[in-house]
Design a protein around this ligand. Structure first.
Ligand code: ARG
Length: 461
């Protein structure tokens, strides 16, 4: 494809350089946003008298036709074009002749690309938020089913205190709800229009940046033209928000991988969301969750790519910045893939309540409650802790649990123990009495669900 900047040059650019320089293979996906940006620009040029109204209308019509031809497959992107901006302009000029050449008045590809990326990512953020919403919704629905499903809560991956599956799921619902809010914040800060920054130093034409900003649904124009073309904060911030979102998915994935192992067997994945082995006939593998864990590294890598690309760049535009797109698009694509697979996998997995309860019944998970029993009967906590520790050691020696240890042995330690100790250390009591705000008692978790649901209602989608 002939170069739009050919005037300054006396020979053709080497083919390898052309291919090396070209970004259409990955920025071509922004064609719609590029054209919508150009339509707003052409409208403004006409309204400000920078080009004639007639030319402005011709340009707008030409751009609309290119857009519908691309959407309907009558026109395809030219892989030899330098980038999507050059492609659209060249196609416009091919169709409109001289009028097409007027479009780029008072504009540079530098403000154009900064605009396109923001417009494109703004849409992607909305899509990702819808997917996060679905996941939070699935977590709340599942939590409502499992308010009484007792399982061990862990620290150091050692059984620690009893909780419920609902309590565990709502921990993730809270993390994801913050992820949703972080995306809202990112979109808000991103929503300033770089168009009109020009190459770096604005323009001498009497443009109206307020008009293009409002036509394209931005809050306002970016306040400084150098900043408008140089800044890639929005990509970095989005990649950071997505890295954290993926980190949450990855931690949950790791737990699901553990939970469907034979060692745990807390859950069983639906056959549609698991995979087999080519050699071991007995295998049912949690590939989805492993891939999510793996892709988390990739998305964190995308964030690192962006930061490393930017950190040494002098103002204003540098070609290094072309590298932003593959990184942020990769992050966005993979987050969407992960969410689209994770949520239905979660909705269809079966919970093995008995296994969860049995795991909670082992490991002296009620030892804190045994100590608390003594505290409630007047003993200082440190002393109660020590007595309970001694009782646990003695149970281990005798192959007993706190539930099966005879009352005489309790009372030999302190007469404060009564028959009601067994009731106090039952798993149902241990969970049911943890009614503190945020705790695992069913009424407390129901409140947590209500809080998240209220927040979901406030999320405008
Ligand atoms: N394809 C380029 C990019 O993605 C567009 C901007 C080109 N600007 C320039 N001054 N060469 O960054």
């Amino acid at each position: 494809m002939a170069k739009l900047w050919a005037g300054r040059f006396s020979k053709e650019v080497d083919e390898t350089v052309n291919a090396f320089n070209s970004s259409i293979a990955f920025d071509g996906r922004m064609y719609r946003h590029d054209i919508l940006g150009s339509i707003a620009h052409a409208t403004m040029l006409g309204d400000c008298g920078i080009i004639t109204k007639a030319d402005s209308e011709t340009l707008i019509k030409g751009l609309q036709e290119i857009l519908s031809d691309l959407e309907d497959g009558r026109l395809s992107l030219d892989p030899t074009a330098e980038d999507i901006h050059m492609f659209v302009e060249a196609e416009l000029t091919k169709r409109l002749g001289d009028v097409g050449k007027r479009l780029h008045t008072a504009r540079s590809r530098n403000d154009q690309v900064a605009l396109d990326v923001r417009l494109y990512l703004r849409d992607e953020i909305k899509e990702i938020q819808t997917l996060v919403y679905d996941l939070v919704d699935a977590l709340c629905a599942m939590a409502k089913e499992h308010l009484d499903t007792i399982m061990p809560g862990y620290t150091h991956l050692q059984r620690a205190q009893p909780i419920t599956l609902a309590h565990h799921l709502m921990a993730y619902a809270n993390m994801l709800s913050r992820d949703y809010d972080r995306l809202t914040d990112t979109a808000k800060r991103m929503n300033y229009c770089p168009l009109g920054s020009g190459a770096l130093a604005g323009t001498t034409y009497p443009i109206n940046r307020q008009q293009t900003a409002s036509l394209l649904g931005f809050t306002a124009p970016v306040a400084n033209s150098l900043d408008g073309v140089s800044d890639r904060d929005s990509c970095v911030e989005l990649a950071a928000a997505l890295s954290l979102l993926m980190t949450h998915l990855s931690r949950f994935s790791e737990e699901i991988i553990l939970w469907c192992s034979w060692e745990f067997k807390f859950i069983e994945l639906d056959d549609a969301y698991a995979t087999g082995s080519s050699i071991m006939p007995q295998k049912k593998n949690p590939d989805i969750t492993e891939l999510i864990r793996g892709k988390t590294g990739r998305v964190v890598g995308d964030l690192t790519t962006l930061l490393a690309m930017l950190k040494g760049l002098p103002l204003a535009y540098n070609k290094d910045m072309q590298e932003d797109k593959e990184a942020i698009f990769d992050a966005v694509d993979n987050v969407k893939l992960c969410l689209r697979t994770f949520t239905p996998m979660l909705r269809t997995m079966r919970v093995n309540k008995d296994k969860m309860r049995a795991a909670a019944a082992g490991g002296f998970i009620n030892a804190t409650d045994c100590a608390d029993y003594l505290v409630k009967h007047g003993m200082p906590f440190r002393d109660a802790y020590k007595i309970t520790g001694t009782l646990v050691a003695s149970c281990i020696d005798q192959g007993l649990t706190l539930e099966t240890l005879p009352l005489e042995q309790y009372q030999a330690m302190t007469p404060l123990f009564g028959e009601d100790i067994y009731q106090a250390i039952s798993l149902e009591t241990c969970v049911g009495e943890r009614k503190s705000e945020g705790g695992p008692a069913p009424e407390s978790v129901s409140h947590q669900i209500a809080l998240i649901e209220a927040q979901m209602e406030a999320w405008e989608r």
